[in-house]
Design a protein around this ligand. Structure first.
Ligand code: ZN
Length: 242
């Protein structure tokens, strides 16, 4: 199967689902990674042009660990909106990859690019199979399975806990997840200043440990499946990874 993970920014996929992607890769599935934004605001030391180039390289390096191609819609940070012109770009990536399973952000996430990416991906999954939708490429044969990750700190903007309904044990994959995240060197300094998050990789591990508690394992990743009209209703992820 083809598995596509779409984040807003270059390190989001690693936080959200790199362990699950590694498990799927081990089962012989093909992995693809994409971002909607180009990472333009993810630095205080580099110009937009420099940081966009740096982050593209970091994302490629990380994706390469899964033998995954990396695609980017090229939208500037904090400019991601669910508008037709960007839906066309996301649907074009979907048509290029022809995914069976797609991962993206939870719609309750903490910032505009994540929230917009969530709805952009959901709506693009719906549009990409339609022959008359003006994305490039051949329409995909079916609407893919769609899974949402857990928002940052597992809470919505009111502080309500978001409990994932699907938990994947990534205990064996945690060193690999850390290795992927460590490819995003430019982000450590930036996150320390902007979010008070030092120890970039340790923060990811802490969060994976919290999710692990739900299923009594050391580390986990959590998801909820999109079960709206027109989307596949069975939980293929549990079937593949049980
Ligand atoms: Zn992000």
């Amino acid at each position: 199967m083809n598995i596509l993970a779409i984040g807003a920014h270059q390190d989001d996929v690693e936080f959200m689902c790199a362990g699950t992607l590694a498990r799927l890769k081990k089962k012989g599935h093909r992995i693809f990674i994409a971002t909607v934004a180009n990472g333009s605001c993810g630095s205080e030391e580099y110009s937009v042009k420099e940081i966009v180039r740096i982050r593209k390289e970091e994302a490629r390096k990380s994706a390469k660990l899964l033998d995954a191609p990396y695609y980017c819609c090229g939208i500037d940070d904090l400019m991601v909106d669910n508008i037709a012109s960007i839906r066309i770009k996301v649907a074009t990536i979907l048509r290029k990859v022809n995914p069976d399973i797609v991962f993206t952000h939870s719609v309750e996430d903490y910032m505009i690019d994540h929230v917009s990416t969530s709805t952009l991906v959901k709506d693009s999954c719906f549009c990409a199979p339609m022959p008359n939708f003006p994305a490039k490429g051949k329409p995909i044969p079916h609407t893919p399975y769609l899974y949402y990750g857990v928002p940052l700190e597992g809470k919505d903007m009111y502080g309500n806990k978001i409990k994932p309904t699907i938990l994947i044990d990534i205990t064996k994959e945690i060193p690999f997840k850390g290795k992927m995240l460590a490819c995003h060197k430019s982000q450590r300094n930036w996150l320390r200043k902007q979010h008070g998050m030092d120890q970039y990789v340790e923060t990811m591990k802490d969060w994976s440990r919290q999710l692990g508690k739900f299923i009594k394992c050391s580390y986990a990743e959590g998801f909820r499946q999109h079960l709206g009209h027109g989307f596949p209703q069975d939980n293929i992820l549990n079937k593949i990874l049980k």
